[in-house]
Design a protein. Structure first.
Lengths: 1458, 378
């Protein structure tokens, strides 16, 4: 019982806190002084002398039991009802029920009137209940997970359920265990006091995050003893900020140690790489950050639903009109009688009501009677239909992606039909259009370009399925070529088979590994991030390799002489060192995916620089070397320690130097801490052997080489990984990384260990990252920087003034040449990065360090100071070179984009990349066609921007008015003849800076006008905020349906803002997926999702909705017509039960089946004829006219259905219910057969349901008529159906009525199908052809459909602005199409899909370059964008953190956008 | 700020519910993954892939042409059949409301329910054709809204079904005809209260002699009504007077319900006139079966052509609401009384369908070919 109370209190607190701090920036909380207690929580262990206080304080906090269910058994009914009555529809129902209780207006029996409401409530309640129950089961499962909690009684850690964990408990976790609650890390078995956690279940990122033991505890020798823990922890109140944690530990001696997020282990994460950790729980259960961040599924309202709502308003109006008619009619009818006729009954008190009042009462009676006109069942039906549609979408096998074992996830259940109406798609580039698999393509070192042709070839011929072998061979080649002479002989022979095999195994076992790893719910099913074979294998450039092979320590040491050759060699060396050092990549072995390669870090201790070793070991020996208690070894084989020891003894015997003894001990440790590594022990020990003994052993070293591919790099961004892998290909192998040192195995120089002095991490303001290391050879402080070229180029050492020095001249030359290369790279769509370095003297460094410390420790303006400090460091750089990384297009992207564009969807590409890259990707993915005219908008001020846009618009107008003259000065018309066509297509490219101006209020309209005329818009350098503002702009101003698709945290805001958000579950974690409505694994799936499922869902739902309106209007009008013959008294000629059940039972299932299963055109045709999508795009299936035609038809049918029986029975002795029975039965037939006419495909399910409905109706009425003899008023249907069943007139009436009522609709459909078939109808006819005929027909279609469509669309959308867009869109298609009609089409086997793909890929490269040259650029006030985007970027950061993303992940995504 | 995560998703074993699906995701995923080679690959079934074999009711003119012709061909004969049948029915109606001053019943126009002595009037009429088969005698009322909502409700079926408790405590629906002077009314309600109470007698005038024609008053109600739905109260003995003890007659009735008829099996609630009246008419102009005239033998028609005289005991006031009263004599066919509508409707619709068929044929020839040639080669 205590739980609900606590829950309520907790909710209350949250409400309060949300209200109080709603507006304040969440980051402010971070900087609140921790001293103000009261708002903070105090965490005390429930031990020893704290016990009393513990009782007082900690008991107030929530325990770790979670309850995500909305209801309990007790409160289910009231709460569910309460929530259901928040819906307007249900309130309407309730209103009717209450109205029916007023005796004056009551139309139905009270219990009957409640029936619809009760049924709806029950259906929804059952649905809610089931949902909640599954949550309950999930909660229970989670709550009953076991973890090790310190028990005071037993003085040891015992197994406890998660739910019993409470604040202040000590918890001990082993590797791969899930963290049960937010806790402060007090002990880690790691020597450095580090614990690695994987946050995949929080944000989907598979890379490891480091967490640090609280300062002061890391030096402890043994595991922390909870009994002796006498400190108290104070920290901020629970909040949902994942990236912020503030607090301090107060020791018994009042000494305080600060806590930060680095000390906090978050619930739900998994401990990796660390044998054991101990922490104290600070937040538990619902107060954990993970739970607080957990907002439930979000609901969007679809466009169709909004449309339906307006039509329901029309229905309300109609209802009121009908009721008014009834009221007035009743009044008039009454007033016709001078005295009260005896069939008009007096009030119980014997008085009569004046006609006016009676009329008023009648109004309400009529509302009850005609209530069905408001299709309440529609809401329930729509919900069910959507569930069905979603179910079918999720089960589409085409969305299944084998490699990631993922299929589509529909996270929003109620906007599936929006997918059929998308007009604008906003797409992210990286990871969405491209694979986000960064592949090292080119580099330029010291002004010399290395093309890596081999590499390019490999990429082109690359096919993931069958190239595993080749890859390994490639790799083998790469490594073996590199091996210096002494290795070569043996390696080749000994190694090759082994290597190949191991590699194969490796790649095969990856997915399996991930899945077997029980607790690790790795979303990418076991792929370690950014390490697919295509990324990891780089074929070195032969020329560079040549030069590289000359590098030896000999040259290196001489490089100080700056001789010509040596200088270049020095550059090359430094370049690759920078590549492998300047990053934050975590190294681990693949068999233990997150195992640090610590052992091997010593494996290749340099042969020469013993001095260095000594230095290092001296430092090491200071450290605590005593062996930590041996943790439970789970999976190491029992014999491995033995074998290890035996080898160790051999190893020891060879030790000479006492200094090396430290190394031995150091080396001896890892097997203890990282014991599972023992599986690889033999080889690795050999490595140690080599290293420590400095023994020259070719056989062994060859084994060592074979080891190398097993290194596994976990990078924050794919670019980093690509660079490290590239360096690895040149045998500059990053071997290990610890917080304070980096070891690189350099082919020519041996293993170098850099002392890591500082890392200035990447941020989007600086657009670069730096690493400060002490160079092991030169022993100098070196800063390696890598970053965006625009930034780095300005930070280079300016050598121009006194260019006397040879090297400085050289530097300048290098800079120029590199810039040229960079431009070239960008043009090829490569992502560019500049690598630079700076050598500092110790004094300089010390000075900077001082300042930096000041900055770090300052409280105010810390961010700014840190930035300044970073800028101080990153100046006067020496350019080493640049890299070009290719991000390959995803499979099928150009196809998809082309299809989507043919479907009339405008696609915008919003990317953070630079313009050239973006434009080239746009060309590659067919977003821009070679024939398109490209307008580039790039301006420095708002006015200039406005001017630019006006110029472009003018040129548009000129273009359309005088088609042949393109005389505008600034225009450069591409020579292609297709631009001469009336509708020429244009693309717009906008720069991030300009975007800022464009989004200003005053320019928005002109901008939109401009974009409406362009068929594609590319926005580069766009920040996440700008992306979302753009989407919002188009959505609000153009009233267009928007879809945003993205994969990273930077797309989250855009995805949330758009009408339909699609997340691509790619490499960048789950952020986008979590925010999205639909999550797909590949961009190309968008094609089927929109063109097929979107179209289907939309047409299905619209047809069902229209059918519902029809059904209700037709049925209710029967009652209405009857009022004219019963003095508007509100009598129904059908029994009330049957009346109510008619909608609830007899005619409810067929429309639902219709809504779920109807298929107007087959998926294949829809995929091949994207034009068909336009029906939804332009809301063709549900125009206002359609609605009114439907209503008109309903009126007609109801008239027929009423008056045919009326004239048949008129003047006879028919009684009320006998009169109603044929009407009702005919109505059932009409309504069901109407559905059959409207149905586009009838399966056995349809047949069963319709026949079932009819049979059910007959059986029900028969049974009803046979049993209910005293069923009270108005009169009962006793034996009526039975009597009718033997009456031929009944059958004749029903038959005639049904035929006459359906005749017009049938005729209309026939004529429509014959005389003016809509594109959809024609496509439907295609389905009946044989595949062969169909293919030819489709081809033929494409030729003449466009003309047809255009005429039709023009006719339908005369003057509306969107129509203009549509027409021009069509025209553009018309202009494009002839170009794709090449010989390919004739011989292609697969119709249009094929030929569109084949063509451009071949000519891509050459054409693109041409186009770039010929493109028109409006560039006003051009200047260098040195500080551009600064503002935008900071905005973006704010935005990203606002979206509750993790800091790390946003950094990831931003890094990627460099 | 709702603290729920999509449990469904987790149950499916999707990548965890992300932020906040902490353990759940992991556990769910773990559980799912242990199922050996279980993938998320959807089943490749016709239903799930939406490839169910379907009949496509596409409606180009060519396909539906036969349908129109067939409908036309079916409808027209049916219509003719109905029409002919309807025309064989003999019917004769006499309005005896007496609104016209010339009418013999004019004097009774302003009668009230319980006038004594009753006003009687006689109307003579001539039948042009003889009625061969059984003749049904109806009374017809016009502008009488027996289908008024509150009128229709004003009855107690339980009472009429012989339920003793309802007999003494009728339903509230009967108000204000539920009790009279603190005694429950049996039968209660407005319908019963306003029961038609004219008496009609038919005489054949054969050479100025009035030969009464036997009017059978049993068998005019539905069998189920008479035997199941309407029941007299049960109790000791068959004395209806005793059974209806404690109740009072409806206000407008001259005598209580147990005195409606002399025969015990046509008295009380199971009086057939009463039952027929209680089956409320659907439309304001209606007729109700009053008596049957059975054909005596095969030699003579039931009602031969000639002069007849209708004697009316005029009790039922309809003048106040401009109602009209009629007496209708009619024979009956398999499709009920005389009504040409259905036959004409069938013929018309059949003709229209036929016509449309022809139109579509033309359309099909003109446009259908063009259409198909655009789609299908050859």
């Amino acid at each position: 019982m205590a739980d609900p109370i606590r829950w309520a209190r907790y909710r209350w607190q949250r409400l309060i806190s949300a209200g109080g701090e709603g507006s304040s920036n969440s980051s402010n909380k971070c900087y609140q002084s921790p001293k103000t207690i009261g708002k903070h929580r105090i965490v005390i262990p429930c031990l020893g002398h704290f016990k009393e206080e513990y009782e007082k304080v900690s008991k107030l906090y929530m325990n770790n039991k979670i309850r995500t269910t909305k209801y309990t058994l007790l409160n289910f009914l009231p709460r569910n009802l309460f929530e259901q009555f928040h819906r307007v529809a249900n309130l309407y129902f309730l209103f009717l029920v209450i109205l029916n209780w007023v005796p004056l207006v009551e139309a139905f029996q009270k219990e009957i009137a409640m029936l619809p409401l009760v049924v709806v409530l029950i259906i929804i309640a059952v649905k809610d209940g089931l949902e909640d129950y599954s949550k309950y089961k999930m909660d229970k499962q989670i709550n009953n997970l076991l973890t090790k909690v310190y028990s005071r009684k037993e003085k040891k850690y015992i197994d406890e359920c998660w739910k019993n964990v409470s604040v202040g408990d000590f918890i001990r976790l082993s590797r791969n265990e899930i963290i049960p609650a937010d806790m402060v890390l007090l002990y880690s078995s790691d020597l450095d006091g580090i614990c690695y956690i994987e946050t995949a279940s929080l944000d989907g990122e598979t890379n490891l995050k480091q967490r640090q033991v609280v300062r002061g505890y890391s030096e402890q020798v043994s595991e922390i003893d909870p009994e002796k823990f006498s400190s108290r922890i104070e920290c901020e109140s629970p909040n949902n900020n994942l990236s912020c944690f503030r607090g301090f530990v107060e020791h018994s001696n009042k000494e305080r140690v600060g806590l930060s997020k680095e000390n906090l282990l978050l619930r739900g994460c998994t401990v990796r790489n660390t044998e054991a950790v101990v922490g104290i729980v600070v937040y538990a259960g619902h107060e954990t950050k993970a739970m607080l961040n957990n907002s439930g599924p979000h609901y969007k309202r679809s466009k169709l639903e909004r449309r339906v709502n307006t039509d329901i308003l029309w229905c309300v109006l109609l209802l009121i009109l009908m009721c008014l008619t009834g009221a007035i009619g009743h009044g008039i009818w009454l007033s016709r009688y001078s005295e009260i006729p005896f069939f008009n009954i007096l009030e119980p008190d014997g008085k009569s009501i004046p006609p006016a009042l009676a009329g008023f009462n009648m109004f309400w009676t009529m509302i009850i009677l005609l209530q069905v006109l408001i299709p309440i069942s529609l809401y329930v039906s729509i919900e069910i239909v959507k569930l069905g549609q979603i179910y079918l979408i999720q089960n589409d096998i085409d969305f299944y992606h084998e490699k990631t074992d993922s299929t589509i996830q529909c996270r929003a259940l109620n906007i599936a039909e929006d997918l059929g109406q998308i007009q604008y798609i906003f797409s992210d580039k990286t990871g969405t259009l491209t694979e986000n698999k960064m592949v090292f393509r080119r580099c330029s070192i010291a002004g010399q370009e290395y093309c890596h042709e081999e590499n390019a070839k490999r990429l082109e011929s690359y096919q993931e399925m069958d190239l595993k072998d080749e890859d390994s061979a490639d790799c083998q080649d790469g490594s073996s070529i590199h091996m210096s002479e002494w290795q070569r002989h043996n390696c080749r022979t000994v190694n090759e088979p082994l290597n190949r095999k191991s590699l194969n195994q490796l790649s095969d076992s990856y997915p399996a590994l991930g899945r077997e790893d029980g607790a690790g719910d790795v979303p990418h099913s076991g792929h370690v991030a950014f390490s697919s074979p295509i990324e990891t294998d780089v074929v070195p450039d032969t020329e560079l390799l040549e030069k590289f092979s000359q590098i030896s320590s000999h040259f290196y040491q001489q490089s100080e002489d700056s001789s010509e050759l040596a200088l270049e060699t020095m550059y090359i060396t430094e370049f690759f060192l920078a590549l492998s050092v300047c990053n934050t990549v975590v190294v681990s072995g693949p068999s233990q995916p997150h195992q640090k390669m610590r052992l091997s870090s010593l494996g290749g201790v340099p042969i020469k620089s013993l001095e260095e070793i000594r230095q290092m070991f001296q430092r090491l020996s200071i450290r605590r070397l005593s062996s930590s208690p041996l943790p439970s070894v789970k999976d190491s084989s029992s014999e491995s320690p033995n074998s290890f020891v035996s080898k160790l003894s051999v190893f020891r015997s060879k030790l000479v130097s006492p200094a090396l003894d430290g190394a031995a001990q150091r080396a001896a440790e890892p097997p203890n801490t990282d014991s599972p590594e023992n599986s690889q022990v033999p080889q690795e020990l050999d490595m140690v052997n080599v290293a420590a003994g400095c023994e020259y052993n070719t056989a062994v070293s060859s084994v060592e080489w074979s080891q190398l591919p097993k290194l596994c790099y976990e990078a924050e961004s794919p670019d980093e990984a690509a660079l490290v892998h590239a360096a690895k290909a040149y045998k500059c192998i990053l071997q290990s990384r610890t917080p304070d040192q980096v070891t690189v195995n350099f082919a020519g120089l041996g293993s170098l260990t850099f002392q890591l002095l500082h890392i200035l991490p990447f941020d989007s303001v600086r657009k670069r990252m730096s690493v400060v290391v002490r160079h092991p050879v030169s022993n100098k402080v070196v800063v390696y920087t890598k970053g965006a070229d625009s930034v780095i180029m300005d930070l280079l050492r300016t050598a121009s003034e006194v260019a006397t020095n040879n090297s400085e001249m050289e530097q300048k030359k290098i800079k120029e040449r590199t810039q040229k290369h960079l431009d070239n790279y960008a043009r090829r769509g490569l992502r560019t990065l500049c690598i630079a370095k700076k050598v500092m003297s110790d004094a300089e460094y010390a000075e900077w360090l001082n300042n930096h410390f000041l900055a770090e420790t300052s409280i105010d303006h810390r961010e700014e100071l840190l930035l300044e400090s970073a800028i101080r460091l990153e100046s006067e750089l020496t350019l080493l070179g640049a890299t070009g990384i290719e991000d390959r297009l995803q499979e099928g992207v150009p196809d998809t984009i082309q299809a989507l564009r043919k479907a009339g969807i405008k696609i915008w590409m919003l990317t953070g990349d630079k313009r050239e890259t973006a434009v080239n990707i746009a060309y590659a993915c067919k977003l821009l066609e070679p024939d398109d005219r490209i307008f580039t908008l790039k301006s420095q001020s708002r006015d200039a921007c406005a001017l630019g846009m006006r110029k472009i618009l003018e040129s548009f107008q000129k273009n359309t008015s005088s088609k042949k003259k393109f005389s505008h000065k600034r225009e450069l018309v591409s020579a292609s003849p297709s631009t001469q066509a009336p509708g020429f297509s244009a693309g717009l490219v906008i720069d991030g800076r300009t975007l800022e101006y464009v989004l200003h209020d005053s320019l928005q309209n002109i901008f939109l006008e401009l974009t409406e005329k362009c068929r594609a818009v590319v926005c580069c350098r766009a920040t996440p905020l700008q992306k979302s503002v753009l989407v919002q702009l188009v959505r609000n101003k153009l009233k267009a349906m928007t879809l945003a698709v993205g994969d990273g945290a930077n797309d989250v805001s855009m995805i949330q803002v758009a009408d339909a958000g699609v997340g691509i579950s790619g490499q960048e974690g789950m952020q986008a997926v979590m925010a999205s409505d639909f999550a797909i694994s590949q961009f190309r799936h968008l094609r089927k999702l929109l063109l097929v499922h979107g179209h289907w869902c939309y047409t299905r739902l619209t047809n069902m909705v229209l059918y519902f309106f029809y059904k209700n209007v037709a049925y209710v009008n029967l009652l209405f017509w009857y009022q004219f013959f019963c003095g508007f008294s509100g009598t129904s000629m059908t029994d009330h039960w049957i009346l109510i059940l008619f909608n609830l039972l007899f005619t409810s299932v067929p429309p639902i089946i219709y809504g779920v299963l109807d298929k107007d055109v087959s998926a294949e045709v829809l995929m091949q004829l994207p034009q068909l999508y336009m029906t939804g795009n332009k809301s063709m299936a549900y125009l206002p006219s359609t609605f009114w035609i439907t209503l008109l038809d309903a009126f007609y049918q109801s008239l027929i259905c009423f008056f045919v029986p009326y004239f048949t029975y008129c003047g006879s002795d028919i009684d009320i219910l006998s009169f109603g029975n044929p009407i009702n039965t005919a109505a059932l037939f009409i309504i069901l057969f109407h559905l059959l006419i409207e149905c586009k495909s009838v399966t056995w399910i349809h047949a069963v349901v319709i026949v079932g409905s009819i049979l059910f109706y007959l059986l029900f009425t028969l049974a009803f008529g046979a049993t209910w003899k005293t069923h009270n008023p108005p009169s009962n249907p006793y034996w009526i159906m039975e009597k009718h069943m033997i009456d031929p007139v009944f059958y004749l009436v029903c038959f005639l009525t049904t035929c006459v009522a359906l005749l017009p609709r049938y005729l209309l459909r026939v004529l429509q199908g014959t005389l003016f078939p809509s594109p959809v109808l024609r496509a439907k006819q295609l389905d009946r052809l044989t595949p062969e005929e169909q293919r030819i027909a489709i081809k033929r279609w494409k030729d003449d459909c466009i003309v047809n469509c255009r005429v039709e669309f023009q006719a339908t959308f005369g003057s509306s602005s969107s129509a203009v867009g549509a027409v021009s869109e069509e025209e553009s298609i018309a202009s494009v199409l002839p170009t794709s009609k090449t010989p390919f089409q004739a011989c292609s086997t697969d119709g249009l899909v094929e030929d569109t793909v084949l063509l451009p890929d071949v000519q891509d490269q050459s054409r693109n370059t041409n186009d770039l040259n010929s493109e028109m650029t409006i560039c006003l006030n051009p200047s260098k964008e040195t500080t551009s985007d600064t503002c935008g970027s900071s905005n973006s950061r704010a935005e990203v953190s606002m979206c509750a993303s993790k800091e790390d992940s946003s950094a990831v995504s931003l890094t990627k956008k460099v | 700020m709702a603290v729920n995560y999509s449990a469904k998703e987790e149950a499916d074993g999707h990548p965890s519910g992300g932020i906040g699906g902490p353990g759940g995701g992991a556990v769910g995923g773990g559980g799912g993954s242990r199922g050996a080679v279980k993938t998320r690959k959807p089943d490749n079934t016709a239903f799930k892939q939406q490839r169910l074999p379907a009949w496509q009711p596409i409606l180009p003119a060519g396909t539906v042409l036969p349908a129109f012709f067939i409908i036309g061909l079916i409808f027209i004969p049916i219509g003719i059949g109905i029409f002919v049948t309807s025309n064989t029915i003999r019917a004769h109606a006499i309005d005896y409301t007496g609104t016209e001053p010339s009418s013999p019943c004019h004097k009774c126009l302003n009668v009230s329910w319980d006038i004594t002595p009753p006003c009687t009037c006689t109307i003579d009429f001539t039948l042009e054709h003889s009625f061969e088969s059984n003749v049904f005698m109806y009374y017809g009322l016009s502008n009488f809204y027996q289908n008024h909502r509150r009128y229709v409700k004003s009855r107690d079926d339980s009472q009429l079904n012989g339920d003793n408790s309802s007999l003494l405590n009728p339903s509230k629906e009967c108000e204000p005809y539920r009790t009279n002077e603190d005694k429950p009314i049996a039968p209660c309600g407005a319908i019963a209260n306003s029961m038609f109470n004219d008496t009609l007698e038919l005489y054949r005038i054969d050479n100025d002699t009035r030969i009464p024609i036997t009017l059978i008053k049993k068998g005019i109600a539905w069998w189920t009504d008479k035997n199941v739905k309407f029941r007299n109260p049960t109790g000791d003995g068959n004395n209806l007077t005793a059974l209806f003890q404690g109740t009072t007659k409806p206000v407008n009735w001259p005598k209580p319900v147990y005195m409606l008829d002399s025969e015990p099996d046509n008295n009380g609630f199971i009086n057939e006139d009463f039952i027929v009246w209680m089956r409320t008419a659907a439309l304001p102009t209606f007729r109700k079966l009053y008596r049957l005239i059975e054909r005596k033998n095969n030699l003579h028609p039931t009602l031969q052509a000639g002069k007849y005289s209708l004697v009316i005991t005029y009790n039922y006031p309809v003048h106040s609401f401009d109602g009209r009263k009629r007496m209708i004599l009619s024979t009956i066919s398999w499709m009920g009384g005389k009504n040409p509508f259905l036959g004409i409707a069938y013929i018309t619709v059949g003709s229209i369908c036929f016509f449309l068929g022809v139109v579509l044929l033309i359309i099909h020839h003109k446009y259908g070919n063009r259409n198909t040639s655009a789609d299908i080669p050859n």
